[in-house]
Write a protein that binds this ligand. Structure first.
Ligand code: NAD
Ligand code: DAU
Length: 339
């Protein structure tokens, strides 16, 4: 049995990771440490919550004493750090919490892991650390780090800090840099769930700028399988890009969603651009494919249809987010909500 500390496991990617792992294996004892910010939703984990090898702890990765207590109690073998403030638009409205959580919180986890020892520490980073591409080229692991938003700068800092703990202290660090995820349980501030939900409610679909910014989309389960494989087979001190070679301009995705839902393109509304809006992301995944044997299993065409279907079937889930009721699940007070 391995004891695993998962941070941020009540968010979109972390909850899918926990649900997937606990369905497929019983040799992991998972402790999920999550602060339950607006993005944390325990309703994502209803199935996992029934499992005896799953424990939820409400708390902040910045809380050194709490993290230390958990290390003493559970003697973790692995840490997977998903916890973060993750939304670029919010980082433009106010950046302090992004540095507090993404940088200082990661520092707490690394320091405590250094103190108590760890077999593997995986930092979940992002392709946004590379900045923006022109019309050609791909991000490889040796593309210079050049983040443009307060969010991506905070993630770049955490990513480089984790690698510095490998170089300086010989810690068993692994870093993954993935492209844009979509799938079940994604908080409806992000492009795909926002567009699905607004379409279903016949609300306008806000398209930033000319709608031609390009993102490289990956289904969340493919990202999470890659994380599991990197944890199993990755080399310490290495970075692994993760992407599914599914580049798409935003407007094309929006039109695809409207078509799947049989809604009119008249809902599209071009709005003022995001400040500092990165033009294009595209990932070269050949390293993880050649060295670890990972490849995505889902095509964009199939997985976007599955995702739209999921939001259609789970209206109660997202309605409880819109009304704010989801925050009562753990009996916590409302925080500030942007939607
Ligand atoms: P999310 O915003 O849905 O979830 C973040 C989770 O972290 C929430 O449950 C939140 O409550 C928790 N959290 C926030 N601050 C915390 C703190 N101080 N202590 C403990 N928990 C805290 O994010 P996501 O989209 O699931 O992303 C997860 C990770 O993957 C992040 O590190 C993000 O940078 C990275 N990532 C995301 C994408 C993407 O497309 N969403 C792509 C690549 C990498
Ligand atoms: O690339 C990985 C990153 O992808 C992750 O590290 C981030 O955590 C995640 O939030 C995501 O960042 P983006 O900024 O690319 O995702 P977002 O869903 O916010 O926006 C995707 C694109 O859609 C982007 O070009 C902005 C545009 N957009 C977004 C929203 C919310 C719109 O045009 N309208 C919108 O309302």
């Amino acid at each position: 049995m391995k004891n695993i500390l998962i941070t941020g496991g009540a968010g979109f990617i972390g909850s899918n990771f926990i649900n997937q792992i606990l369905t497929n294996r019983d040799d992991w004892q998972i402790i999920n440490l999550d602060k339950l910010t607006y993005a944390g939703n325990l309703e994502n984990l209803k199935e996992s919550d029934k499992k005896s090898n799953y424990t939820f702890v409400k708390g902040d990765i910045n809380n050194f004493e709490l993290v230390e207590y958990l290390f003493q109690k559970y003697k973790f073998d692995y840490v997977i750090n998903f916890a973060a403030e993750s939304h670029v638009d919010r980082s433009i409205l106010g950046s302090a919490i992004f540095y507090q959580t993404n940088v200082m919180g990661t520092n707490v986890l690394l320091e405590v892991a250094k103190k108590y020892g760890i077999e593997k520490f995986l930092q979940v980073s992002t392709d946004e650390v590379y900045g923006s591409l022109g019309t050609t080229g791909l991000f490889t692991e040796s593309t210079p780090i050049s983040p443009n938003s307060p969010y991506s700068a905070s993630k770049a800092s955490a990513d480089m800090m984790a690698l510095s703990f490998y170089h300086t202290f010989g810690m068993p660090i692994l870093v993954t840099r993935c492209s844009n995820n979509y799938g079940p349980f994604q908080f409806p501030e992000k492009l795909i769930p926002l567009m699905i939900i607004n379409s279903l409610n016949d609300k306008k679909l806000p398209v930033y700028g000319d709608g031609l910014n390009v993102r490289d989309w990956i289904y969340v389960d493919d990202h999470n399988r890659a994380i599991e494989l990197v944890l199993e087979k990755g080399k310490f001190g290495e970075v692994y890009n993760i992407g599914a070679s599914s580049e798409m301009p935003n407007i094309e995705i929006i039109k695809m969603i409207l078509k799947l839902l049989n809604k009119s393109e008249e809902l599209i509304q071009y709005v003022k651009d995001r400040p500092g809006h990165d033009r294009r992301y595209a990932i070269d995944s050949s390293k993880i494919s050649n060295e670890i044997g990972w490849a995505p299993l889902n095509s964009f065409e199939n997985a976007i249809a599955m995702t739209v279907e999921w939001y259609l079937k789970n209206q109660a889930w997202w309605n409880r987010i819109i009304t704010g009721e989801y925050r009562n699940y753990f009996n916590v007070q409302y925080g500030e909500r942007l939607i």
